[in-house]
Write a protein that binds this ligand. Sequence first.
Ligand code: HEC
Length: 141
Amino acid sequence: MTKSAWSRWIGLAILLGSGPAFAGDTAKGEKLFRNCLACHRLQGDDGATIRKGGRAGPNLFEVIGRLAGSAPNYEYSDGLQALHKSGQVWSKESLTAFVVNPNEFLSVQLGPGHTSKMPFALPNGAADIAEYLANVATTRK
Ligand code: HEC
């Protein structure tokens, strides 16, 4: 591994291990989630629309705590299918790391060469979106 790959790996390990220090802002995340609506919607199990959005990506309602690559009726890439098989469950921390850089997240988790078909990355504010996604799910139960 090159030096820069190591430092990125360590950065991600710190991010994933940060646990209680996780600090996202739900209100900011709700606004920032607009960036995701071109491809993602929030739709309850009963079919109710919580947030209207596109269908190029999977439904993100209750994604925190959900096994990666497991939204029904969605055809995931090989990379996300491999992540699913590895048993990865989305946490606020891992979702944040994925959104900051989907391909890098997969190569750190699964090894080089694994990629996602999500054609989008958000360098700033992903933690706020993760917080919003965690809360929008529990407040609707
Ligand atoms: C241009 C379309 C597009 C945009 C914009 C987009 N995504 Fe995605 N997203 C996708 C696609 C396509 C996938 C499926 C990836 C795969 O199968 O590799 C995906 C997958 C995901 C997953 C994995 C879900 C699962 O079921 O495992 C998460 C989490 C996610 N996106 C979060 C976000 C967030 C948060 C935003 C906004 C910051 C966002 N995405 C913006 C297209 C998009």
